[in-house]
Each structure stands twice: as structure tokens, then as C-alpha cells.
Design a protein around this ligand. Structure first.
Ligand SMILES: [Zn+2]
Length: 139
């Protein structure tokens, strides 16, 4: 009985901790507005997605193209074009990865960050805690 109680307690604690982490890293990723035209995938709200993440659309576009192994383009209305029919789920996953690697501070979990380039190295600089973390280059 006592054993059960502790097991339950551990489970609750584990749950609370997990919840805390998830809250700190809460991802409120924008919905991707996607259509297929011929053999192309068009993300109609691409610029808005980049704006919400506070990143240059071009950077996100290069990342998407690399992760999905697709040629990419952007028009003056901020729509992104990808070669091939990409499913929304894989695009969502790539954006989530971008968010994790290039937006969220790994130290405190805040998304209030910016990318700064110094001597050929790009850093994620956190406006909340001040941490400065080197990130992989996007090519
Ligand atoms: Zn931070």
C-alpha cells in the first residue's frame, strides 16, 4: 500500500515536471496554409509563419528546402513554393524543428531570441536570460 502511494506520488511528480517543461517550451506554431498545384506545394502564409517565429523568411525557406530535399522559391506576396507534393505533417515537423533549433533558447526555453552572426558563427541570443548559444549554419 505504501509502495503504491509512492509510485503514485512519483507518477504525479513526473507528470508535473513534464508539464512544466512543456509549458516553458510551449510551441504555438502557426497553422500552415498549404495547397498543391500540379507538382508543387505552395505555403500561402509562409511569410506570416516566419514573422510569428520572428525569423527572416529566407532563412526558414532554405531550412525547409534542405530538410525536405526540395527546390524552393518565394514570391513577392510571401508565398513559398516547394518542388513536389509535400504533406502538411512533414512541413509542420520541419517548422517545429526549426523552432526548436533556431528560435527557442536552450537554456531557459524562451522564444524571445534573435540570431546574431559573429566571425562566421551564428549565435542564438536570448532576450530573456541573455544566453548566447552557437547554432548550426543553415545552408
Ligand atoms: Zn534564455
Amino acid at each position: 500500500m505504501v509502495q503504491e502511494y509512492f509510485t503514485l506520488l512519483d507518477r504525479i511528480k513526473g507528470h508535473l515536471q513534464k508539464e512544466g517543461i512543456e509549458k516553458a517550451h510551449r510551441i504555438e506554431l502557426p497553422r500552415v496554409d498549404l495547397v498543391w498545384v500540379g507538382n508543387k506545394t505552395i505555403i500561402r502564409n509562409f511569410k506570416q509563419v516566419a514573422d510569428i517565429l520572428r525569423r527572416e523568411p529566407q532563412r526558414l525557406l532554405v531550412f525547409l528546402g534542405r530538410e525536405l530535399a526540395a527546390a524552393t522559391n518565394m514570391d513577392s506576396e510571401g508565398r513559398a513554393f516547394l518542388a513536389g507534393r509535400k504533406d502538411p505533417e512533414s512541413i509542420r515537423r520541419v517548422i517545429a524543428r526549426f523552432y526548436r533549433d533556431y528560435v527557442v533558447c536552450p537554456v531557459c526555453g524562451s522564444p524571445d531570441t534573435r540570431l546574431v552572426r559573429e566571425r562566421k558563427i551564428t549565435f542564438l541570443v536570448c532576450e530573456a536570460c541573455g544566453a548566447k548559444t552557437p547554432v548550426r549554419e543553415i545552408r
